[in-house]
Design a protein around this ligand. Structure first.
Ligand code: GDD
Length: 410
């Protein structure tokens, strides 16, 4: 038996997702028409002998209740939300719920960050881990040297794949091989975390981690019961024949900003094209069906005028109404939105219950010098007729009756 744990974090981590994260936890924001965490959850579902999936976070339970019950019955696998009373760090949170996680005595525990987008090759990671042995195996990928510094950089033995050196978000370049935030562990991971806790107890209540590779300073104080997987567990265990790496050969992105979520939505839509093309919309402008270009997801409840033209990279959630002559390119349209005749939406995310007026334009940029790269309308924003909203972020419940460009509307 195996179990999977998805770390969902909590409200303080979602600030870069404002205004979308005001009323919806970031892990539930739809990408390719499905909540962000639906994608790792459906990858978990494919692992043989998966007993349970745990979501661990410090959001209120009620925020996940509906999703957890609907996905459990849809996938016929128990998905449970476990709420921490406060953040314990990515390893501390795992440890906090160790009894629940180990209840059914699983041989392995998968651990996934909620905010990564990839094909989650979980069975391949487990197979590799069984060959390597040790406490755990982590998914890694090569990125450009400039991009690497935003992630955990690591060095792996080219032959044995052992993790030799690990440093979290280093200031100076270490390696272009980075941590993807997807792991499999044996139950020994709990002993490794326990060891860090007992070292912390041996010092004072506000202990100091001496970590020469930390990006801010050589020593740093963190709360006494806060243990980070990367700095506190992976770094010290590197080079001890305990941790191994499995290189990802498919797509991978981190989802820290709404701009990234548009890109990740496109990646998941193209994965649907390969794995489950029946989820994608089709149409060529005849037979009362609108013209669909490229990969597009449209919820069955959407009312779409046949003269609209949609795609590529568009996902449209439940109960949206799209009027005649509307053009949508690279955007995410959330539930209950209305887009009126001849409006255009490009490189944007349109929040729940918003309304876009006739001949209006919502776009990332007016010319090719993209600055924000995306326009986001929060929940229940009204854009009146013939108004342009360009490269802007609009908070919930606003009404725009004049055009705005490169602005933040509070
Ligand atoms: N439940 C819970 N409690 N979850 C947490 C907590 C906590 O106290 N702290 C972080 N998380 C969750 C986040 O929501 C996220 O899914 C995951 O744990 C990792 O978050 P961070 O610890 O903030 O790290 P990061 O996302 O900046 O970087 C990590 O992931 C990268 C890959 O996306 C690191 O492991 C990097 O090395 C790695 O490259």
């Amino acid at each position: 038996k195996v179990v999977a744990v998805i770390m969902v974090g909590g409200p303080t981590k979602g600030t870069r997702f404002r205004p979308l994260s005001f009323n919806t936890p970031k892990p539930l924001i739809p990408l390719a028409g499905q909540p962000m965490i639906h994608h790792p959850i459906s990858a978990c579902k494919k692992i043989p002998n998966l007993a349970q999936i745990f979501l661990i976070g410090f959001y209120e339970e009620r925020e996940f209740a509906l999703y957890v019950s609907s996905i459990s019955s849809e996938l016929k696998i128990p998905v449970r939300y476990l709420k921490e009373d406060k953040p314990h760090g990515s390893a501390g949170a795992l440890y906090y719920f160790r009894d629940r996680i180990m209840e059914e005595k699983p041989s392995h525990v998968f651990l996934l960050n909620c905010d990564v987008c990839c094909s989650f090759p979980l069975q391949d990671i487990l197979d590799a881990h069984r060959r390597y042995g040790g406490i755990g195996t982590m998914l890694v990928i090569k990125v450009s040297a400039e991009a690497a510094s935003q992630f955990g950089e690591l060095i792996a033995d080219p032959d044995t794949k052992e993790l030799l050196h690990y440093t979290e978000k280093p200031e100076t370049f270490v390696s272009d091989l980075i941590n993807c935030g997807v792991y499999v562990f044996t139950s020994d991971i709990f002993k490794a975390i326990e060891k860090v806790y007992s070292q912390m107890r041996d010092t004072s209540s506000n202990y100091q981690i001496s970590s020469f590779d930390h990006f801010q300073s050589a020593t740093r104080s963190v709360p006494a019961d806060f243990v980070r997987l990367d700095q506190d567990i992976l770094s010290p265990l590197a080079g001890k024949k305990q941790l191994y790496t499995y290189e990802n050969k498919d797509f991978w992105e981190q989802i820290k900003t709404p701009g990234k979520s548009l890109k990740c939505s496109a990646l998941y839509l193209s994965q649907f094209r390969q794995m489950s093309p029946h989820l994608l919309a089709s149409g060529d402008g005849t037979d009362k069906k609108p013209m669909i270009v490229g990969d597009v997801y449209i919820h069955p409840s959407v009312k779409l005028h046949p003269t609209a033209k949609i795609g590529p990279n568009v996902s449209i959630s439940a109960n949206v109404r799209i009027g005649p002559g509307v053009r949508l390119i690279s955007c995410i349209i959330l539930d209950d939105v209305e887009i009126k005749e001849n409006a255009v939406v490009i490189n944007s995310i349109i929040g729940w219950k918003s309304s876009i007026g006739r001949w209006s334009r919502v776009d990332a940029s007016g010319d090719c010098n993209e600055r924000l790269g995306i326009t986001i309308l929060g929940e229940a924003v009204t854009v009146e007729d013939e108004v342009a909203v360009i490269g802007s972020i609009v908070l919930q419940n606003k009404t725009l009756n004049v055009s705005v460009q490169e602005d933040i509307i509070l």
